[in-house]
Ligand binder design. Structure first.
Ligand SMILES: Nc1ncnc2c1ncn2[C@@H]1O[C@H](COP(=O)(O)OP(=O)(O)O)[C@@H](O)[C@H]1O
Ligand SMILES: [Mg+2]
Length: 301
């Protein structure tokens, strides 16, 4: 029986990751210490999620810093980051646990071949259990930030399962019994909003929408990510990205692209390098690149 399972097993205590996040200002400072600049509204949402032990749902366009927020939060609070990357068709064997069939078979064969006949192995015991991210987060004895990333990619059944997990932080594995976390991991869910999540799931969570940063804020982020970057580069790429985001493009550049663009100009060693020649750092759709070149929207930047 694994730790934390019902029936006399030792119960796990999961320390809250909130210990070093005692106020909104402390959250913002701790994240900044990891090179992540959070708005006050985001820092407030993170603080409340930790303090009220509520999952936090971060929604926003691709590249606005949702995943990075969870990584920075784990690093800042000394918690282990456990990440579940969601995808279509994901089931509990990807998300929660599986059985190591190959090792089960080997161990059966080994028992058969033992002269005198060894006792058959306990095939559905902890020894053959493969712990996937959700189980790992429940069982980890220390502080955990559980990142359930891009939950909008998973399907309905998985959302229903999550709802259950997030309400009582326990799971039942038929062969092993119920495994529960005594303390709660700090849970962050992210969604790129490729579809609406169910109301029931949203009701369980605090909600925060991360917007694209203002030009000034984005320049601060570039400076935080690339210490010592010349002002000419940081200011320039942020001005360019601000203009691109006002265009009707298939895919707008995220903050990651802005940082990458600054890095590209650094690599070229020329802050004045024509932006049109490095557009592929920021835009990844051919029609978008053509459109921006033709419209001249970046002229003068
Ligand atoms: N507020 C921020 N502070 C520092 N870096 C940021 C911030 N927002 C985004 N980034 C940068 O942008 C990149 C992309 O962010 P990411 O979290 O992957 O986006 P998302 O998960 O929303 O698609 C990160 O790797 C990070 O370098
Ligand atoms: Mg992400």
């Amino acid at each position: 029986m694994p730790p934390g399972a019902d029936g006399g097993g030792r119960e796990l205590t999961i320390a809250s990751a909130a210990s070093s996040l005692g106020s909104v200002d402390e959250v913002a400072a701790a994240l900044a210490g990891q090179g992540y600049l959070a708005d006050r509204s985001l820092a407030t949402a993170v603080f409340l999620g930790a303090d009220l032990e509520l999952p936090l749902l971060l929604e926003g366009e691709a590249g606005v810093g949702k995943t990075e927020a969870a990584k920075a939060l784990a690093a800042a609070s000394g918690a282990r980051l456990v990440r579940l990357q969601c995808h279509e068709g994901m089931d509990l064997h990807h998300a929660l646990y599986d059985w190591d069939y190959a090792r089960q078979l080997l161990s059966l064969r080994a028992a058969e071949l033992t002269p005198g006949g060894a006792a058959p192995p306990e095939l559905f015991g902890p020894e053959f259990l493969l712990r996937r991210p959700l189980l790992e987060a429940l069982e980890h004895p220390g502080a955990v930030v559980l990142l359930i990333d891009e939950v909008d990619r998973a399907d309905d059944e998985f959302e229903a399962f999550l709802l259950e997990l997030l309400s009582d932080f326990q799971v039942t594995i038929p062969e092993l019994g119920t495994i529960r976390a005594v303390g709660r991991p700090l849970v962050l869910l992210t969604s790129n909003r490729t579809r609406e999540l169910h109301d029931a799931l949203k009701r369980r969570c605090l909600y925060h929408w991360i917007d694209y940063p203002s030009r000034e804020r984005e320049a601060e982020i570039v400076r935080a990510r690339l210490p010592g970057v010349p002002e000419a580069i940081a200011g320039r790429v942020c001005a360019a990205v601000e203009r691109l985001r006002a265009e009707e493009l298939y895919k707008l550049p995220g903050v990651g692209e802005t940082v990458a663009w600054a890095r590209a100009l650094l690599a070229l060693g020329d802050p004045e390098a024509p932006l049109g020649e490095t557009l592929g750092v920021a835009l990844k759709v051919r029609e978008d690149i053509d459109r921006v070149r033709e419209s001249g929207v970046l002229s003068g930047v």
